[in-house]
Design a protein around this ligand. Structure first.
Ligand code: ADP
Ligand code: MG
Length: 380
């Protein structure tokens, strides 16, 4: 039937050159929550298949907008599923001296922290990735005695374009530098050596809780800053030729992507909004530039976030962006913006958004949910 392509750049598959690797883009839809739907309108987004979803077209109710990504995780997708398909495959590279970065992007309330941090019942990407890094290190050490591995962490926040050390209370804005080998580093940033996954827990948990508590007092600061966990794996070869390789893994819970100007912020809030918008806007330009096939300039230097990630985003690094979205109408415009950032392609299809999935039952599950964890493609 009628379908129309609209202007979102299609990175395709053939364009990636050897030197610049694409950023893989996944989208994760969080479950529908009645609490976020005061008007009882039901969801406006739903999954179509393992790489696509559709959203109501607010301009024309007889149409839906369908989007394609590298991966789509429906509301039934588990933390394990997200980890296994988007994160686990990049981790071995970090033990071989390569860099990687995993981001959670999207509006506040759409599931970024759930995806990255999760809860003790449903641990997210961060605990799973760190556990796996230690697992891989133990395996490699068993396989061969040539290399010795050491793991360490730093934890920082970018707030108002300031770089703050979350492992050192009351830290000042730290400078970002580049060494002769083009590695990005932050002199003065706390780096804590780690001996095991449980050791990681004891260092990371209090620091991340601190950040969350402070946030409720300070204008929901946690949704207005980028929280960046760095796991560094150094391996060194003993013997006549002493070799050393460092792999960095960045795990990033980004600031909310909602347009803060629209909410009428003033003063400090407006300044924050500008800073958030600058770094997220630059990040989107960097991802676009990396995923475009031509050799266009990648504007890493335009914000602190992208400058810090310069050696771990694009180039020979392995990067995954998990865009979190929410299905309720009150998120419509923020979802729309986030999808246009994440999409490989977009299609306007003239069939109305199917609303019958809205019927609520006491279990909170809808009939369609039984079909499969990511939703199934419907016959059209
Ligand atoms: P963000 O960090 O983007 O602001 P949160 O991760 O805090 O969003 O998610 C908002 C709420 O939705 C939280 O209560 C969270 O537990 C819940 N939530 C988010 N994603 C999921 C999911 N996939 N499954 C179940 N609950 C989720
Ligand atoms: Mg959050």
């Amino acid at each position: 039937h009628m379908a129309q392509r609209v202007g979102v750049s299609d990175a395709g598959t053939g364009g990636a050159s050897k030197r610049v690797s694409r950023v893989r883009v996944a989208v994760r839809l969080r479950p529908y929550m009645e609490a976020h739907d005061e008007k009882g309108e039901g969801p406006c987004v739903r999954g179509l298949g393992p790489q696509s979803l559709e959203i109501t077209n607010w301009r024309n109710a007889t149409e839906t907008l369908q989007y394609q990504f590298d991966v789509f995780y429906g509301e039934q997708a588990s933390q394990q599923e997200v980890f296994l398909s988007s994160v686990k495959p990049v981790l071995p590279h970090v033990l071989s001296g390569q860099n990687a970065s995993i981001f959670a992007y999207g509006p506040t309330g759409a599931g970024k922290t759930h995806t990255m941090l999760g809860s003790s019942e449903q641990p997210g990407v961060i605990p799973r990735a760190v556990r796996e890094v230690f697992h891989l290190v133990r395996e490699r050490e068993k396989e061969s005695e040539d290399w010795e591995y050491s793991v360490g962490m730093s934890y920082l926040e970018i707030y108002n374009e300031k770089v703050l050390d979350l492992l050192a209370p009351n830290s000042q804005d730290l400078p970002i530098r580049e060494d002769k080998g083009r590695n990005i580093l932050i002199p003065g940033l706390t780096h804590t050596p780690l001996t095991s996954f449980s050791h990681f827990h004891t260092v990371f948990l209090p620091a991340s809780l601190n950040r969350t508590t402070a946030s409720t007092k300070l204008n929901q600061r946690s949704s207005r800053s980028h929280a960046i966990l760095l796991i560094k794996v150094v391996r060194s070869q003993q013997g006549p030729t002493h070799r050393q390789q460092t792999g960095k893994l960045y795990l990033v819970d980004l600031a909310g992507s909602e347009d803060n100007r629209r909410t009428g912020n003033q003063g400090l809030r407006l300044k924050e909004s500008g800073a958030i918008n600058l770094s997220l806007f630059t990040l989107s330009k960097v991802v676009d530039a990396l995923n475009a096939s031509g050799g266009c300039r990648v504007p890493y230097r335009d914000s602190k976030l992208t400058r810090l990630l310069q050696d771990s985003l694009g180039g020979s690094a392995h990067s995954v962006m998990i865009t979190n979205i929410a299905p309720e109408y009150k998120y419509y415009f923020d979802t729309f913006t986030a999808l246009n950032f994440a999409a490989k392609s977009k299609l306007i299809v003239n069939r109305p958004f199917v609303r019958e999935i809205v019927c609520s039952s006491t279990t909170g599950k809808r009939p369609q949910d039984e079909k499969g964890s990511r939703g199934t493609a419907e016959p059209q």
